[in-house]
Design a binder for this molecule. Structure first.
Ligand code: B3K
Ligand code: ZN
Length: 876
């Protein structure tokens, strides 16, 4: 496959002003007539041939300005439609294609999911429907007529506003006509047809525009659509208040489908969702699901401005819409829930997904320079690190300049396909700062490490901080330049934060230091006692911090720091250091770090004093860094079994230290009355269930009884699933019985059974591989459904010890599934292959076995571009 490069970008030679689609839906023979109004792009070449994109297409007819084209005037292949000598001025093309939605297992373009017609066009699915200039800088006004059998598809939806409906005389068919006045790229086109139920609500925007909101779901599931609709209303209001953005059409529809390659899609006025991120009621969704639905509904809605009104010039600019929109949804959730807890959760995700990507062979800049398959670049780096870059920008230039910069961006770039340069120019203008060095965040891959050390001079009452940064090499970037690192900091004394006074004026005493060179030394005066440095407050830059504080100081920081994030981080740092030491291959199995007792005491004191004040925060404090985080910290010759053993030993020791307190605390945390999804209730359940897990480890007999009891009496999925998950920590017959009872209780609930599949795939025992193979035969599993695959196979691939079995069987199993799946759904297959991304840091035996499995995949004939791209890069 050819490498597509950012530097080769050229504007399109042709533009398409309007698109009129007439689509006759049929399960196997869907007809598409497309009328395109083309004109030469003043910025392009006028005498160029016209080459439209296709993908597995069959051309039926073609006319130019209404006259059928002579066969010599064009060439049609499944991939392209070329007009050799298009007229110099504007003209229209009418193109007819026919496709089979039922045979479309790639779930790109038009397909059927449980008898519902739906589309997914980003990044390049529209070309699987009709020949087109399928690139985001070609923006057109769409009018869409949909026709289908009334019985099969009573609901017919597309982008924009509904302009007409009617019967097709003399037939069992009907039609709906939709018009979207906002020019958009083809990747935002969507249609839905099927028998669907819905819930609806009217909404009036801040600028007085009435909008009909609706959420469409499979028949019988309307009772589970309320939370999504409620989230939609709240995020629309929030975007008006915080970003000054009003909605711009008469309708906004959300549709849930059960076969979907990713989470959701922001098609203009017609968002299509994986039903996992729409459907919720207390019996079938967890607190985590409620939070994800709220966040993803908001994310897709926010794209209406950051993505749709302002789209991307080309796919290299993907982070322009994704990083910014993740930032926006994170801010929304922070305002709806607890800001510190949300930040902690986001940083956990960033570290586990993005830092690990950045540390391995698939590392790439937030704005990649080249790609073979763009769908492989919808990554944690583009999304989550992209959001961190926006967050740093805000810290760097301040809230006010950031807000004015966003306003300027909306004003200046509305209706265009923009670039990162255009985006940054707005903030350079409103802040008066030169952002060219900051822009390196978009170009340079890898996670910077900040090495910090402090020195206290009691006589001079001066504290000096030495900071240095470096970034390890990543593929294609062996030399690294210093980044702009905004470091929020404080000096914690015995009575709290000390006032910051610096001698030089270069760094004001406002708690923000900018490290933008290789190193920096900064002194604070008038410091009356030896302080504890609190660096990267709120995780102000996506970096690793190396700061050697004694455990006792970290424990003091945990109780005294005014920054919640760093309070949490202090204990995480103790645990990380202990686990890194104990998890090294030469440490002997399951060595208990000496600090376990200290950590146990600190947590016990904290639970006694503070747990009930903020249970959601307390739950985060109790949760240790994941074994995979420890593996990344160790970085080379990793032995997953040693890390896991150390992790288990530390968790068990903590559980043992807390054991006397657990029953009383669990009782105090019980939520009274019917289930409520709010953040405060969810926080109590989170802590209560964290304590259940610790009980299961520290006192398996009591733990098993508690799990059984909570499963039987729990009135919501959060508690019942937590009971089963805690029980998976306790091998034996009682566990198997509870697993069976869970399956029986939720038979016919595929989304709940996904959690059941995943919980089993994550069991850290050698029998898990056989269990997973057995579960592939269970009626709840299907290789054809992405959610099922991600739950069971994706869950197994995330099981640190079992995917990385010393005999290589885990690698072989996942690699075989990747190859099999690639024939039907390359995108899901290539995501799964991404599970190998950390193979190079393993000890030599596993490294060799993982490389062999990757090699087997790479050598397979007729691989998709998606899978071969990942295999090649992983092995490079
Ligand atoms: N923009 C879509 C993702 C499309 C993925 C294409 N492979 C969802 C989102 O980020 O909101
Ligand atoms: Zn997005």
């Amino acid at each position: 496959a050819p490498l597509i490069r950012l530097e080769d970008y050229r504007p399109s030679d042709w533009l398409i002003d309007t698109v009129d689609l007439d689509i006759g839906l049929h399960p196997t023979k869907t007809r598409i007539r497309s009328l395109l109004a083309l004109r030469p792009n003043p910025a392009g070449q006028t005498d160029a041939p016209l080459v439209l994109d296709g993908d597995e297409l069959v051309l039926k007819t073609i006319s130019l300005d209404g006259t059928p084209l002579d066969a010599s005037a064009y060439t049609a292949t499944p991939q392209t439609l070329t007009l050799h000598a298009p007229p110099r001025g504007g003209f229209t093309l009418t193109i007819e294609t026919e496709i089979d939605p039922s045979a479309n297992t790639k779930l790109m373009g038009l397909y059927r999911s449980s008898k519902v017609y739906c589309t997914q066009c980003e990044a390049d699915g529209f070309r699987r429907i009709t020949y087109f200039l399928d690139r985001p800088d070609v923006m057109s006004v769409y009018t869409v007529r949909l026709e289908a059998a009334k019985a099969e598809a009573p609901v017919l939806l597309s982008n924009g506003n509904l302009v007409a409906t009617g019967e097709v005389p003399g037939s069992d068919r009907h039609f709906a006509m939709w018009h979207d006045p906002h020019p958009k790229p083809a990747y935002l086109f969507a249609l839905v047809g099927g028998a669907l139920d819905h819930v609806r609500q009217d909404y009036v925007t801040a600028d007085g525009h009435k909008v009909e909101l609706a959420v469409y779901v499979e028949p019988g599931k309307a009772g589970r659509a309320g939370w999504a609709l409620d989230s939609l209303v709240r995020c629309m209001r929030w975007d008006e208040q915080v970003f000054g953005r009003n909605y711009d059409l008469d309708v906004f529809n959300v549709v849930a489908v059960s076969d979907f390659n990713m989470g959701a899609m922001e098609n203009k006025g017609l968002n299509i969702f994986n039903d996992k991120y729409v459907l919720a009621d207390p019996q079938t969704a967890t607190d985590g699901d409620y939070a994800s639905i709220e966040a993803i509904i908001a994310h897709e809605y926010f794209h209406n401005w950051t993505g749709n009104r302002i789209t991307c010039r080309d796919w290299f600019q993907l982070c322009l819409k994704e990083g910014l929109t993740v930032f926006r949804d994170q801010e929304f959730s922070s305002d709806e829930r607890s800001r510190p807890v949300k930040r902690i959760a986001d940083v956990r995700t960033l570290r586990s997904t993005q830092f690990s990507e950045d540390a391995g062979p698939l590392a790439h800049p937030v704005r990649p320079r080249a790609y073979k398959e763009i769908n492989n670049f919808y990554t944690p780096t583009v999304y989550e690190k992209g959001a961190e870059v926006i967050r740093m920008l805000k810290v760097l230039i301040g809230d006010d300049a950031f807000k004015r910069g966003m306003d300027l961006y909306f004003e200046r770039c509305d209706g265009t396909a923009a670039t990162i340069e255009e985006f940054l120019a707005c903030f350079a203008e409103t802040s008066g700062q030169n952002l060219s060095h900051f822009a390196r965040w978009y170009e340079q891959a890898g996670t910077p490490t900040i090495v910090a050390s402090g020195r206290y001079d009691a006589a001079a009452r001066r504290y000096t901080l030495e900071l240095a940064q470096s970034t390890p090499p990543t593929p294609g970037q062996s030399e690294k330049q210093p980044m702009v690192l905004p470091i929020k900091l404080g000096l914690v004394g015995s009575q709290g934060d000390l006032p910051l006074k610096t001698q030089s004026n270069a760094y004001a005493g406002d708690g923000l230091v900018i490290l933008d060179g290789p190193s920096l030394s900064i002194s604070f005066d008038g410091i009356a006692e030896p302080p504890i440095p609190s660096l990267l407050r709120g995780f102000s830059a996506p970096a690793r911090l190396e700061l050697d504080l004694a455990d006792a100081d970290l424990i003091r920081q945990f109780s005294a720091d005014s920054d919640s994030f760093n309070r949490w981080q202090a204990l995480q740092s103790i645990a990380t250091r202990a686990l890194v030491t104990a998890g090294r291959p030469d440490s002997g199995p399951g060595t208990l770090p000496a600090t376990a007792a200290e950590l146990g005491r600190a947590l016990d004191g904290f639970l006694q004093a503070d747990a009930l004040a903020d249970p959601a925060f307390a739950a985060q404090v109790l949760r240790l860094p994941a074994p995979a985080d420890i593996a990344r910290e160790i970085g080379r010759d990793v032995d997953p079994d040693a890390i896991f053993a150390a992790h288990r030993a530390l968790s068990t020791a903590i559980g043992t230290a807390l054991l006397p307190r657990l029953p009383g605390l669990r009782q105090a945390l019980e939520t009274k009355g019917p289930y409520r999804a709010d953040a405060a209730s969810a926080g109590r359940r989170a802590l209560r269930n964290e304590l259940l897990g610790l009980t299961a480890l520290a006192a398996p007999e009591d733990g098993a009884a508690l799990c059984e009891q909570q499963f039987e009496t729990g009135d919501n999925l959060t508690d019942r699933l937590a009971a089963m998950a805690a029980m998976t920590l306790i091998p034996g017959e009682r566990r198997e019985q509870l697993i069976a009872r869970f399956a029986a209780a939720y038979a016919g609930e595929p989304l709940v059974l996904d959690k059941w599949l995943m919980a089993q795939a994550l069991i850290a025992e050698p029998e898990t591989l056989e269990r997973v193979k057995r579960l592939m035969q269970h009626p709840a599993f299907s290789l054809g459904n992405p959610n099922r695959v991600r739950a069971l196979i994706g869950g197994f691939a995330a099981n640190l010890t079992q995917f990385n079995r010393a005999d290589g069987e885990g690698y072989g199993f996942v690699a075989d599934i990747v190859v099999a799946l690639d024939r039907t759904n390359p995108q899901v297959a290539s995501r799964l292959l991404g599970s190998f991304k950390s193979w190079r840091m393993l000890e030599p035996g596993r490294r060799r076995l993982a490389r062999e499995a990757l090699g087997m995949v790479a050598r397979t004939q007729n691989l998709s571009r998606d899978v071969s791209d990942i295999a090649e890069r992983a092995l490079a």
